[in-house]
Design a protein around this ligand. Structure first.
Ligand SMILES: *Cc1c(COP(=O)(O)O)cnc(C)c1O
Length: 362
């Protein structure tokens, strides 16, 4: 079967090198070999997230940790900040966990603003909030530093942040932000195959989790901490993925984190330029566009070019590249182009060339 290269915003294209690392010989998860592997990547993950806390490895997709955060940290009422498909769904997940939840909903394409959160938290009703840093469905980034600054005013509120499609592509300094949970699935910006999530929790979050009677076992934060102290995980982890993560982290540091961040900024700007060149506008509110993917308006916003998104997607796929035709209620009226993972200026130029050719055929 011909290989179709992924330029969708997750899962993203996985390199041969990463697949090779994934296929390393199996080891036992309670043996020294595994402990050495985890102990080797722990400081790399801590440097990546600028934290002194232990970073945990969860054998699940991101939703496991997203649900786990609710079960570990919500006792009174959670404020779910909602601005797109993934953040909207977190509200349903809170309710499915039996928690009292309130929606802070803004229009898709708008970011979540600190003032809106401040107003809600001022009621004193909440002991937790959920926020998605980079809402992948709309390509919108919320101002995390501005929101995290509220933590000083509300120290007892647990700030749970999903950085699934931004972690490793933009600087995220966990300790400095002062938030309580930061999590990501590794099939997005990390460019690993799906199946592994990484997360970190504040000392306050761990203390609070310890008091939660119904936090369950698989995503019990206390268990993650206890095991991580021994360079282990609570249950048998996806060891192949952890080999792949180790290889990937070596690549991050060989490139240099600053260079990695700059690369994403550059390739994202190139995609925005491509869209502008063809008369498209972008879907997100100006100034809040994601830097790991571009959500192009294709009729969702007034003005700008409109094309048959499904046809565009097919014409590009015929050239061996998969782009995304829009997600949820903005399917077709937007389309999304990812620059996450290993993409360089050269590989992005191949994408634009395929898109240009498809545009000429529309
Ligand atoms: C992809 C994504 C998720 C869901 O990840 P799963 O791997 O399907 O659990 C959650 N949040 C964001 C922002 C995402 O992009």
């Amino acid at each position: 079967m011909a290989h179709v290269k992924l330029h969708i915003p997750g899962p993203v294209e996985v390199s041969e090198k990463t697949f090779k690392a994934l296929c390393s010989p199996m080891i036992g998860h309670r043996g020294q070999g595994f402990k050495d592997l985890y102990a080797k990547i722990q400081p790399q993950l801590q440097t990546l997230l600028t934290t002194r806390q232990l970073v945990y490895l969860s054998t699940s997709s991101a939703w496991g940790v997203m649900e786990g955060s609710i079960r570990n940290l919500v006792q009174k009422k959670v404020l779910n900040c909602m601005c797109g498909a993934f953040s909207d769904k977190w509200f349903d997940v809170s309710k499915k966990c039996g928690k009292t939840a309130e929606a802070l909903q803004v229009e898709w394409g708008s970011p979540i603003r600190a003032e809106a959160i401040d107003k809600k938290l001022a009621t004193g009703e909440f002991d937790a909030l959920t926020l998605i840093h980079n809402e992948t469905s709309t390509g919108t980034m919320s101002p995390l530093a501005e929101i995290a600054a509220l933590k000083k005013k509300y120290p007892d509120v647990m700030f749970i942040v999903d950085a699934v499609s931004s972690m490793s592509a933009v600087p995220l300094k966990f300790d400095e932000l002062g938030i309580d949970v930061l999590l990501a699935g590794t099939q997005k910006a990390f460019a690993l195959p799906p199946g592994l999530a990484v997360f970190v929790a504040s000392p306050a979050a761990l203390a609070k989790a310890a008091t939660a009677k119904d936090r369950g076992y698989y995503f019990d934060f206390v268990e993650f901490q206890k095991n991580a102290e021994q360079s282990m995980t609570p249950s048998t982890p996806a060891i192949p993925h952890i080999y792949a993560l180790s290889s990937k982290l070596d690549e991050f540091f060989a490139e240099g984190l600053e260079a990695r961040y700059a690369r994403h900024k550059k390739t994202n700007q190139m995609t925005r330029d491509w869209a502008a060149k063809h008369g498209f506008t972008l879907f997100p509110e100006k100034g809040f566009e994601s830097i790991t993917l571009t959500c192009v308006s294709n009729g969702a916003r007034p003005g700008g070019r409109v094309v048959d998104a499904a046809k565009l997607q097919k014409l590009v796929k015929d050239q061996g590249i998969l782009i995304d035709g829009g997600y949820g209620k903005i399917k077709g009226t937007t389309f999304r182009l990812s620059n996450m993972g290993d993409e360089t200026e050269a590989t992005m130029n191949q994408l634009y060339a395929a898109l240009d050719k498809a545009m000429a055929q529309l």
